[in-house]
Design a protein around this ligand. Structure first.
Ligand code: KG4
Ligand code: ZN
Length: 338
């Protein structure tokens, strides 16, 4: 079964052809990072305009790279949310238009769920219950998975997503967007332990995360009480690698410690991690001692992509006895995972 996936939830325009949920025939991604770098974060209106300009050529490229003709496609799978409303509209309307033009079913899938599927794709025999950990620019979730499509929310962030915290701290350190990889690079030149930060504890909700206090802590260490971006650093610039290392460690340790505890408490057999922050090598190192198998997204599938959308769409379609969605499907800027 050949599935064409479309992803336009945020600042990546992507299309991919995946066979039977597993074999990736093409995975084309047009990133908008250059466009948003000017603003230090995603500018929603500009994101929509760029999706509008490049989506159709990206779909053409994905078909061409896979050497697949439109009439061979069996299903169109699209990320219906969560994400930026305008950006979601574009992807969803494209999927509906193709569905009508090609007379093929289409299905809307959850983008966050697809991030977890990117890790499941790399596992030959997934075992459940498993712990799902989504760590990206927009999301931070711990879920207990009973199977593909069966989730129970365990914990989530009460303020910033972890990737968002990386991006915001990067701005404080004068690093370009997206900040995650830049912080990782800078942190690798720092000495761990020279500064000490800690992610927040959420009262009465031990599985939830909080990163905004951590971010403020970094700001005060850098600039005193002055939150003005232009304010001078209190510290010598040579100190910034040590600050980056301390921030990264605190943010990642919050994820690792809670994930390992949750995996134990909820008797999980495996851990699946998804989302852009899984690219972080320090994080991968911290999970090396995990007592159960840990799976990461396949290469190229950590950041937003359409292969995970096509792959998940295949399973959701089969679970629904091959019933696609109707043309009345609306984009959903927020969707609960459970
Ligand atoms: O999954 P993704 O493309 O976006 C959402 O769906 O939200 O992830 C992008 C996020 C950004 O916040 C980026 O800074 C972060 O992933 N990221 C990293 C690294 N690479 C990307 N964070 C930490 N370390 C990295 N190496
Ligand atoms: Zn994402």
């Amino acid at each position: 079964m050949l599935v064409l996936g479309i992803e336009t939830t945020c600042d990546e325009t992507a299309c991919s052809i995946v066979e039977s949920g597993q074999k990736i025939l093409s995975n084309v991604i047009a990133t908008q990072a250059d466009l948003h770098a000017l603003y230090g974060g995603v500018f929603p209106e500009l994101a929509c305009r760029r999706h509008f300009d490049v989506l159709i050529p990206i779909i053409d490229q994905a078909l061409e790279k896979a050497s697949v003709k439109a009439e061979q496609i069996d299903l169109i799978s699209v990320a219906k949310g969560p994400g930026l409303i305008g950006a979601l509209f574009l992807g969803l309307h494209a999927a509906k238009a193709l569905s009508l033009a090609w007379n093929k079913p289409f299905i809307g899938v959850n983008h966050v769920e697809a991030h977890l599927y990117a890790a499941i794709m790399g596992c030959e025999k997934p075992q459940f219950p498993a712990l799902g950990v989504v760590i990206s620019g927009g999301h931070t979730f711990l879920v207990k998975m009973q199977g593909i499509g069966e989730y129970e929310l365990i914990g989530q962030t009460v303020d910033d997503a972890i990737g968002e915290a990386f991006d915001k701290v990067a701005v404080m350190l004068g690093l370009p967007y997206p900040g995650g990889p830049e912080i990782e690079k800078l942190a690798s030149q720092g000495v761990l332990g020279k500064y000490l930060f800690k992610a927040g504890v959420v009262k009465n909700h031990p599985w939830n995360f909080s990163f905004s206090g951590l971010k403020t802590n970094v700001l005060y260490t850098l600039k005193g009480q002055n939150s003005d971006k232009e304010a001078p650093l209190l510290l010598a610039p040579e100190e910034t690698p040590h600050i980056a290392a301390a921030f990264q460690e605190a943010a990642l340790q919050a994820i690792v410690q809670k994930a390992l505890k949750a995996a134990h408490q909820f008797e999980c057999k495996m851990i699946f991690l998804g989302g852009g922050v899984t690219q972080n090598q320090r994080l991968r190192h911290l999970f090396e001692e995990a007592p159960i198998p840990v799976f990461w997204p396949l290469p190229g599938l950590s950041l937003d992509n359409a292969a995970m959308i096509a792959g998940l769409g295949f399973h959701v379609f089969l679970k629904r006895d091959c019933q696609g969605d109707g043309l009345d499907l609306e984009p959903l800027p927020r969707i609960p995972l459970s």
